[in-house]
Design a protein around this ligand. Structure first.
Ligand SMILES: Nc1ncnc2c1ncn2[C@@H]1O[C@H](COP(=O)(O)OP(=O)(O)O)[C@@H](O)[C@H]1O
Length: 190
């Protein structure tokens, strides 16, 4: 099994790249953001719980997110591998993911990060907010809050995966095709 974590700040292009990579490498794409938004739209219990956190640019509590992610993995028992997008976002999530995969004799193969400067990304998110309908993309203060959450809670994962020699980074600025190519170069050489 190949299990890839697609890593990057909000707006770095994870979702866009995942669309190409999942087909190319036959991976099951699990986007926690997409799963939360689906649940919010359908007004499920999970959606109601997650909504306030998400709309304010905060993170959904670990316990909720970890449980949800595990059930998504369980729902795809025949998968050739997973492409995790937006998960893990905290050290606790990363540790839970490792422990969970270990129970299946599986592990994370690599974490691949899309790198870009905050200012470029904030501008991208505000642009996306004009058409995406996402409340968290429309307000600069909420966007700044997401970057603060990223810096405090998610950035420490870089060290976590570097210690395991599983961290790779590519330049996230360029055309979509160029970036897919950079990511593919990493994945093909794992
Ligand atoms: N692993 C996670 N842990 C906690 N909250 C999460 C996680 N993944 C997504 N969320 C919530 O969903 C929101 C949107 O996620 P996503 O679409 O991945 O955002 P972005 O475009 O900022 O990368 C996040 O700001 C957060 O509130």
């Amino acid at each position: 099994m190949t299990n890839i974590v697609l890593f990057g700040k909000p707006g770095a292009g994870k979702g866009t790249q995942a669309e190409f990579l999942k087909g190319k490498y036959n991976l099951t794409h699990l986007s926690t953001g997409d799963i939360f938004r689906f649940n919010i739209k359908n007004e499920t219990e999970l959606g109601k719980l997650a909504q306030t956190y998400i709309n304010n640019g905060g993170l959904v509590p670990d316990e909720v997110t970890i449980k949800m992610l595990q059930s998504e993995v369980e729902a795809n028992p025949d998968s050739a591998g997973f492409l995790f997008d937006g998960f893990p976002r905290t050290i606790a999530q990363a540790e839970a993911l490792d422990a969970f995969l270990a129970t299946k004799n599986e592990k994370i193969t690599a974490t691949v990060a899309l790198e870009a400067d905050d200012e470029i990304l904030v501008a991208r998110l505000l642009e996306r907010g004009k058409t995406s309908g996402r409340a968290d993309d429309q307000d600069e203060e909420k966007i700044r809050n997401r970057y603060q959450e990223y810096n405090e809670k998610t950035a420490p994962l870089i060290g976590f995966y570097k210690e395991q020699n599983k961290f790779y980074a590519v330049n996230g600025i360029g055309t979509i095709a160029e970036i897919t190519e950079r990511l593919s170069n990493v994945i093909d050489n794992l």
